[in-house]
Design a protein around this ligand. Structure first.
Ligand code: TYD
Length: 211
């Protein structure tokens, strides 16, 4: 692994896949390994980004507008939070990043990967997470978990076909960028998932040389 400043890590998965369960725990493990960690999320992570998040989750809009606002929030997040944190040698744990746009806007909304790729190339042509954990599980299980959660937002209200397209686009992206992706079978127990995550974190830590 090359020498680098901080380490950029992201968590992905369809709604209900269970990534949120592991965020706090992952932060603690990263700290135990001796790193300062910045935990953040998309859309959001900045004041403007959180305002855009409110609109994105609740306000009906054209699919291109949705993709543009996701990347507008992302650009602000990159400039204000992610890049400065990485430059200081911090580890950044991001709850969703551009892979979510490939999955939800590209796949779910059927905008296509090319349009998302154009935005990605404009906003962050060279920066990608060093590791992306994709929490994957069948639709039936994801739905079951979601029904236990609070009021559904615009994405959580979508039909089964939207979920299936989103999941398929995530898996496609993981195949295309398989070096940085690790697919986590989310139907496993929390303990089994944490075992997998911890082993991977230790591996990332042992290959990490701070500049
Ligand atoms: P989510 O992580 O599910 O928030 P919460 O756990 O609080 O519900 O993210 C909110 C939604 O935003 C989620 O349904 C996926 C969607 N989203 C996109 O459609 N495109 C994107 O680029 C991102 C970052 C999120």
């Amino acid at each position: 692994m090359p020498t680098q400043h901080g380490m950029f890590l992201s968590l992905e998965g369809v709604d209900g896949a269970g990534k949120s369960t592991h965020i706090q725990w992952l932060c603690e493990q990263i700290q135990k390994l001796g790193h300062t960690v910045v935990s953040t999320r998309e859309p959001g992570g900045t004041e403007l980004g959180e305002s855009l998040r409110e609109l994105l989750l609740h306000q009906p809009m054209h699919l291109k507008t949705e993709a543009l606002l996701m990347f507008a929030a992302r650009n602000e997040h990159l400039e204000q939070v992610i890049k400065p944190a990485l430059a200081q040698g911090n580890w950044v744990l991001c709850d969703r990043f551009s892979d979510a746009s490939f999955a939800y806007q590209g796949g779910g909304r059927e905008l296509g990967a090319e349009a998302v790729e154009a935005l990605e190339q404009w906003v962050h042509p060279r920066l990608q997470p060093a590791r992306t954990w994709l929490f994957d599980l069948p639709l039936s299980l994801a739905k079951e978990r979601l029904s236990k959660s609070r009021d559904p937002d615009r994405f959580e209200q979508e039909q089964n076909a939207f979920f299936e397209r989103t999941r398929a686009a995530y898996l496609q992206r993981a195949r295309e960028q398989n070096e940085r992706f690790r697919i986590i079978d989310s139907s496993q127990s929390i303990e089994a998932i944490q075992d997998v995550l911890l082993t991977d974190l230790q591996h990332l830590h042992s290959g990490y040389v701070r500049l």
